[in-house]
Design a protein around this ligand. Structure first.
Ligand code: ADP
Length: 360
């Protein structure tokens, strides 16, 4: 059992920089939570407070209901995997994995069993006599994970564990972490700035910006129902298109376009008649149609889809930029006009930037 509760947690560094504001989260036993957000948003600070590597300025941290806010890192029963692996170069892989247990003076037979079991899980059995320098980056990262596994901690903490790996290894190691999570059924907190990692790994994502939690939810919830413009822009690749638009007589009027609203959309926007809002449309929700004309500036064939960049209407101003992921292999040329429609629209309040949800 390992349930973690973060209650009203603030972090103010000694130089008076507040890095985290009122962070609240209940992590269920066995859940894999991914903290995601741009560099500097407070993810690592939050993780390090959970690990006990940073003091918690205000608030409370509970592990299985027990207050561990003041508990030293070494007594928290958590294991952290860092991006730089932090392996001992002069020790073999076996010794690296056994190290924490040796320090604890565990029975050598127990240590041997645990190291072999972890090596087996991670496919490192044939590497145990090597030194870290003889391993690839991906293998080293697995050793770092192995070192955590042998300790059988209550909570695993990952701080950008894949950021030193190349793109191909990142994908493979990500899948390994997912399998590891399934196999160990352990509670895990994972920090990354990469929205793809968040979407593919998380049971639930915590999306942060400037020290504040913006939304907590499943990957699908964040993708399909972003709480605000920040989450909408951060989750999804290429990012969601956003334009200012005015609600008028069942239509949305924006720079260079007028598109119809269906009954449900009109319901959602019923209190915004005549007002300006932000319209958001994901590139993959744009299809060939007859509502909006796009002037093509770039055509990228991705195989099953074509990513078309351009501008709405004929003017190429910044507020008319559009990216559309159209089905199939298209061969548009610069200057072509393509007619599209928006299969799914997201609406945001222009002042608060919060998502506009259907009332009542
Ligand atoms: P992230 O992990 O999302 O990149 P961090 O948690 O590392 O963000 O940093 C959050 C904010 O706290 C940043 O503004 C950063 O400059 C600041 N910060 C991080 N560590 C310290 C520190 N030791 N002292 C003062 N400010 C810090």
């Amino acid at each position: 059992m390992a349930e973690l509760s973060l209650k009203h947690i603030d972090k103010i560094y000694d130089n008076n920089v507040q890095a985290v504001f009122d962070f609240n989260l209940d992590v269920k036993d066995g859940e894999l939570i991914v903290l995601v957000g741009p560099s500097g948003c407070g993810k690592s600070t939050t993780l390090r407070m959970v690990a006990g590597l940073e003091d918690i300025s205000r608030g409370q941290l509970l592990l299985d209901g027990k207050d561990i806010t003041q508990t030293p890192a070494k007594d928290r029963d958590m294991a952290m995997v860092f991006q730089n692996y932090a392996l001992y170069g002069h020790m073999t892989i076996y010794e690296n994995m056994a190290f924490s247990l040796t320090l604890r003076k565990e029975n050598p037979n127990v240590i041997h069993k645990k190291v072999l079991a972890a090596a087996e899980i991670l496919g490192l059995t044939s590497q145990l006599n090597k030194k870290p320098s003889q391993l690839s980056g991906g293998q080293r990262q697995r050793v770092a994970m192995g070192r955590s596994i042998v300790r059988n901690p209550k909570v695993f903490l990952f701080d950008e564990p894949l950021s030193n790996l190349d793109a191909k290894l990142r994908g493979a190691t990500r899948r390994e972490i997912l399998l590891l999570h399934k196999r160990l059924q352990a509670t895990m907190l994972y920090v990354t700035h990469d929205q793809t990692e968040a979407l593919t790994l998380a049971d639930r994502i915590v999306c942060m910006s400037m020290g504040h939690v913006q939304q907590v939810g499943t990957p699908l919830e964040l993708y399909d129902q972003p709480a605000n413009l920040f989450v909408a822009g951060f989750i999804g690749l290429p990012p969601m298109n956003t334009w200012k638009a005015r609600v008028r007589d069942g239509f949305l009027e924006g720079a260079g376009f007028t598109c119809p609203l269906n009954e449900k959309e009109r319901g959602t926007l019923s209190s915004y008649a005549g007002k300006e809002i932000i319209l958001g449309v994901r590139p993959e929700d744009i299809q060939l149609g007859s509502d909006v004309t796009v002037l093509v500036s770039n055509n990228e064939n991705l195989g099953m889809n074509t990513l078309v960049h351009g501008h709405i209407g004929d003017a190429s101003s910044a507020d008319r930029k559009i990216a559309a992921k159209l089905k199939g292999w298209q061969d548009y040329k610069v200057g072509d006009h393509v007619s599209v429609c928006f299969a799914r629209k997201h609406f945001f309040d222009a002042e608060t930037t919060s998502a506009i949800r259907k009332e009542g």
